[in-house]
Design a binder for this molecule. Structure first.
Ligand SMILES: [Zn+2]
Length: 164
């Protein structure tokens, strides 16, 4: 994805208030992020450890979402495979994160969940730029390009459920 500015990120959020989007902490060292290798930008909120954020492009527009995840004791070991990049992780490498739906449905308290790499580095796992703690990712018959396409499709499908 293209390198984003602070303004790009703050105006992309679709499932939180404008005030929240203005205050949330941005990823560190943004100039140094491997933008060319990212299908989406994902980061944890270091001041609120149950929160994380994802910004990606969808149909030519930036879409940012805020996510929450339960304490590790509850989320622990429910599933070890990320549903976005299909990387298997030991321990708490995968978390069930929930995102508030867009619009009124979200304000009414409705949310949807997704099992995703806790560090949100799916893009890097798919490209072999980062390895899970187990030291290897399972062999896939798909090419890296195909896996990248699948990763984007999976995330897009999740984003669609926020407005469904
Ligand atoms: Zn993943």
């Amino acid at each position: 994805m293209r390198a984003l500015s602070e303004q790009d990120i703050r105006t992309s959020f679709v499932n939180c208030s404008k005030g929240e989007a203005k205050r949330l902490p941005l990823p560190r060292d943004m100039e140094e992020l491997p933008w060319d290798d990212l299908d989406f930008l994902g980061w944890r909120d270091l001041s609120a450890p149950d929160r994380s954020y994802i910004v990606t492009e969808r149909r030519g527009e930036l879409v940012g979402i805020t996510l929450r995840f339960p304490s590790q004791s509850r989320g622990f070991l429910h599933r070890s495979m990320c549903s976005v990049c299909l990387t298997t992780h030991p321990g708490n490498g995968v978390s069930l994160m929930t995102a508030r739906k867009r619009g009124q449905a979200g304000r009414d308290g409705n949310s949807v969940g997704i099992y995703i790499c806790t560090d949100l580095d799916c893009s890097l796992y798919v490209r072999g730029k980062k390895l899970p703690a187990s030291g290897r990712r399972f062999e896939e018959s798909l090419t890296v390009e195909e896996q990248i396409g699948r990763t984007r499709d999976k995330l897009a499908a999740f984003l669609d459920t926020l407005s469904a």
